[in-house]
Design a protein around this ligand. Structure first.
Ligand code: SAM
Length: 268
């Protein structure tokens, strides 16, 4: 269950794009968390998060969900796993343990849990179906799996506004550098049913792109940090990107943000 140090330094999730060793990356991830933590918490509570529950948080990032499970929901145990634990380690203690591991490694086996959660992780791995199946294997009998990923409802189609061109270029850049794929995420309920889970459900949250909102700031920051790769796609010009940024900053994009699809199911 080892971590390849070279990948952790440079080649893992987003390192080439987002350079987590540079200031501000933790804050960028936290903006995304701020936009979506309310939905995720509600869904985890509905899935049984609470006193006595053993939880596995996969790709925990800065740990906003893991910390909430341990400190506020009162879980008995929270294991927060990430290939890169630089943002997690300072929060370890009490019910919260951290583990540096590559979740796609064949020997990754953290044990069995009542609740397994991963958000914005499967969309970044090469074989999401296989990883979802492995996560099911980490469930104790009766345990719940809750998975969340981005869903893009608008940017692939017309009209070609600067905002949509910038979003399209960003998804292409993420695809070409990290391998990110969000085209399959609307299939989540079917995927979980095919994996043998019961009581399957799903919901989509699309936070409004209002001026100064965490989600607008998150996309602005994401475009800023990935600017060279976004422009290198050729799908947006520097001038269009500036106009897209202005629209987001001023709250005039008049469009939908990519949303969070959360899907869940229970092991029989
Ligand atoms: C977009 S961030 C999401 C963070 C957090 N789940 C959230 O929603 O705020 C993706 C996280 O998954 C981790 N990750 C991606 N691939 C991984 C892998 N193969 N093994 C372990 N962690 C991985 C990254 O290091 C990163 O912290």
């Amino acid at each position: 269950m080892g971590v390849d140090p070279a990948r952790t330094e440079r080649g893992g999730y987003g390192e080439a794009l987002f350079e987590p060793w540079q200031p501000g990356e933790g804050e960028r991830i936290d903006l995304g968390a701020l936009a979506y933590d309310g939905t995720t918490r509600r869904r985890l509570l509905a899935a049984g998060a609470g006193p006595g529950v053993r939880c596995l948080e996969i790709g925990a990032g800065t740990g906003t969900v893991a910390r909430w499970l341990a400190e506020e929901a009162g879980a008995a145990e929270v294991l927060a796993v990430d290939r890169d634990v630089r943002f997690l380690e300072p929060h370890a203690g009490g019910a919260l343990r951290t583990l540096a591991a590559d979740i796609t490694a064949p020997d990754f086996d953290p044990g069995r849990f009542d609740l397994v959660h991963a958000r914005f992780v499967l969309m970044h791995v090469p074989d999401h179906r296989r990883l979802a199946a492995r996560l099911c294997g980490f469930l104790a009998p009766g345990g719940r799996l809750v998975l969340g990923d981005a869903v893009d409802l608008t940017s692939a189609g017309p009209p070609d506004t600067p905002y949509r061109l910038a979003m399209r270029a960003m998804w292409r850049a993420l695809r070409e550098t990290i391998g990110t794929d969000v085209t399959w995420t609307p299939q989540y309920p079917r995927l979980l049913a095919e994996l043998g889970l019961t009581d399957v459900g799903a919901e989509i949250t699309v936070p409004p792109l209002t001026r100064g909102s965490p989600i607008a700031e998150f996309w602005l920051d994401t475009w800023r940090r990935s600017r060279p790769a976004v422009l290198a796609t050729g799908l947006v010009t520097p001038d269009q990107l500036i106009r897209a940024e202005r629209a987001l900053a001023e709250g005039t994009a008049a469009d939908l943000s990519p949303g969070l699809i959360t899907a869940w199911g229970r092991r029989g």
